[in-house]
Design a protein around this ligand. Structure first.
Ligand code: SF4
Ligand code: SF4
Length: 168
């Protein structure tokens, strides 16, 4: 095949008239699309994609998921605002405001407890550092989506509502 007339350095090859019109390629492409469409319609079980959100991926037992704050029997946070978790956090994404607890047996409680989920690296160090077992990463929740960065900063009430059944 001669490449005469092509720009210097070009890797393009001469095409046949039919190929130049792209008709054959368009028909071939439509054939591939139709083949996949029909296969997916009649063999939905073999589809490589998941029907999210109806179907959800099952992660391994070691997967942590989003954080949750543990509660006392009266529903208040078990956290005593000691700041150990925020001190150890390598991503510096835990923000706690400590306040005096009305019960003299408990020194402090977190007036605010926020975590920036976009900065978090889900390392679990906060869980390891906590002396009160007040924060855990065992919810298995991986759905973390929002339309604004501010919505990824979750507060105490949000963290107290998180459960281990993956519903929130
Ligand atoms: S999981 Fe790691 S990065 Fe995330 S808040 Fe806890 S210590 Fe910080
Ligand atoms: S979650 Fe645990 S480590 Fe963090 S401030 Fe509360 S008690 Fe301290």
């Amino acid at each position: 095949m001669s490449f005469e007339g092509l720009p210097k350095g070009s890797t393009d090859k001469r095409r046949s008239l039919l190929e130049s019109m792209y008709l054959l390629e368009v028909v071939r492409g439509l054939g591939v699309t139709a083949r996949h469409l029909l296969r997916n319609i009649f063999h939905t079980g073999d589809m490589p994609t998941m029907q999210y959100p109806e179907e959800k991926r099952v992660y391994g037992d070691r997967f942590r998921g989003r954080h949750r704050l543990m509660q006392r029997e009266d529903g208040t946070p078990r956290c005593v605002a000691c700041q150990m978790c925020s001190t150890y956090c390598p991503a510096d994404c835990i923000y706690i405001t400590a306040a005096e607890h009305p019960d003299p047996a408990i020194e402090k409680y977190p007036a605010t407890f926020d975590i920036d989920l976009l900065r978090c690296v889900y390392c679990g160090l906060c869980e390891e550092a906590c002396p009160c077992d007040a924060i855990r990463l065992d919810t298995g929740i991986y759905e973390i989506a929002a339309d604004h960065r501010d919505k990824f900063i979750v507060d105490k009430e949000f963290l107290l509502r998180n459960t281990t059944d993956g519903t929130r």
